[in-house]
Ligand binder design. Structure first.
Ligand code: GDP
Length: 443
């Protein structure tokens, strides 16, 4: 899920590489792309419009921090706004009431109501150490009642036995009474769903809601249904005082639109997501984590961690000392830098994360992964003395080095001029300080 959206969005960010700042026109172009990406992901139109407007307003005129490229600055804004349309803060389950706390489950048939009731019971038993009872009001489908009974035994919850011919309202009254007597902390009430919205179903669940006074009325909805899911959620939210949403089947190939739209359209927060068929496959919903996942930022954070792990600390410190003194930066250091770049996943992986000035410098130098390897080869063909004092490398030495590393003399020249540029770049970094640069990369 989200794969397509993620790759479209990272394309937009990359397209801003090389731009000096966020302007009305480059934001406009980027937003056209973002709009397409969201449409493809099946996000509801009003949500897209609102989202784009908010991102534009925040991005235009935003002074791009010295250490951030426009792409990175835009990622920040988009991340913030993705979080905002999904509700911003994580919405916890409210269990603050005199026991038994009632959780009423609503939704269409097949959305995953019964399965989610079982999963939620398990989550509450395992994580909150609660005594939970499951109740089924789906008298129209005896199989659904049996399914819930089986789930109860699998997750270690009690199950309220229904008498033949008992109506939903009577079941609820009896279940509440039973739970009070047996000191259940929580009862989860599964209700009948239909294939589509119908008045009889709405009337029934509305009646149960009044009777049970649930602390939570959760709407269970299948993410694979995309915009239909969101429209159904809206109809339920209009008829019932919903307190939250459980979005199921996020492990499927849903395009993600429902996750992004449901909060905005219904005003109700997603509280849990179904991420697998198995009973442990229910997770609390974190808007910030979901936004990071959509932007593919999990990878970015991972890469930065990786870089910190693999960069040889001692060598880096040595290099920093030289940089600070502004003297003695030689070809061996230059080579070491390339080796570190290789460890960090190659140049292309790093470009987006470097502070803007360095990204441009690297692009001007046309550094890519192939060049990293050739550079190493050329430097390896030099003597120790030559590496320490590059100014010794005149015509005859250049010819020898070229032959030794299997390249042309021009390429040796190019490397030497790149080295000179790098020396300059080092001075630039030095001005800002390495620590500042690393903070920018991390942030
Ligand atoms: P109900 O009619 O709303 O009670 O729906 P069920 O609970 O019977 O679920 C319908 C189908 O969806 C079942 O086959 C479930 O196993 C499946 N299902 C429910 N939630 C998830 C989920 O999060 N991921 C996956 N992959 N399947 C789910």
């Amino acid at each position: 899920m989200f794969d397509n959206l993620t790759s479209r969005l990272s394309g937009v960010i990359k397209s801003l590489r090389g731009e000096a700042r966020l302007t009305e026109s480059n934001i406009q172009a980027a937003m056209r792309e973002v709009r397409m990406a969201l449409l493809e992901a099946d996000v509801a139109l009003p949500v897209i419009k609102d989202f784009i407007e908010r991102v534009k307003q925040k991005a235009i005129g935003r002074e791009v921090m010295e250490s951030l490229s426009p792409g990175q600055a835009l990622v920040g804004v988009v991340h913030q706004e993705l979080m905002a349309i999904m509700g911003g803060e994580k919405a916890d389950l409210n269990l603050n009431t005199v026991p038994p706390a009632v959780i009423l489950m609503a939704g269409l048939q097949g959305a995953g109501k019964t399965t989610s009731s079982g999963k939620l019971a398990k989550w509450l038993i395992d994580n909150k150490k609660k005594k939970v009872m499951l109740v089924s009001c789906d008298i129209y489908r005896p199989a659904a009642i049996d399914q819930l009974e089986l789930l109860s035994s699998q997750v270690g919850a009690d199950f309220f036995p229904v008498k033949v011919g008992q109506q939903p309202a009577a079941i609820c009254v009896a279940a509440l009474d039973y739970a009070r007597k047996h000191h259940h902390d929580i009862i989860i009430v599964d209700t009948a769903g239909r294939l589509g919205i119908d008045q009889a179903m709405m009337d029934e669940i509305t009646e149960l809601e009044v009777l049970l006074k649930p602390i939570e009325t959760l709407f269970v909805v299948d993410a694979m249904q995309g915009q239909d899911a969101v429209n159904t959620a809206k109809a339920f939210a209009d008829a019932l005082p919903l307190t939250g949403v459980i979005l199921t089947k996020l492990d499927g190939d849903a395009r993600g639109g429902a996750a992004l739209s449901v909060r905005h359209v219904t005003g109700k927060p997603i509280k849990f997501t179904g991420v697998a068929e198995k009973l442990t496959g229910l997770e609390p919903f974190y808007p910030d984590r979901m936004a990071s996942r959509i932007l593919g930022m999990g990878d970015v954070l991972g890469l930065i961690e990786e870089a910190q792990r693999s960069a040889d600390q001692k060598e880096a410190e040595k290099l920093m000392k030289k940089m600070k003194s502004g003297k003695g930066f030689d070809l061996d250091d230059f080579k070491m830098q390339f080796q570190q770049m290789k460890k960090m996943g190659g140049m292309s992986a790093m470009l987006d994360k470097l502070p803007h000035q360095l990204t441009q410098a690297a692009q001007n130098m046309k550094v890519d992964d192939k060049i990293i390897n050739r550079t190493e080869g050329i430097i390896n063909a030099m003597t120790r003395e030559e590496r320490a004092k590059p100014e010794l490398i005149k015509a005859s030495r250049k010819r020898r080095i070229a032959v030794g590393s299997g390249v042309s003399v021009q390429e040796v020249n190019r490397l030497l001029s790149q080295f000179e540029q790098a020396r300059k770049m080092m001075k630039m970094v030095n001005k800002g300080g390495m620590a500042k640069m690393m903070r920018a990369v991390k942030g």
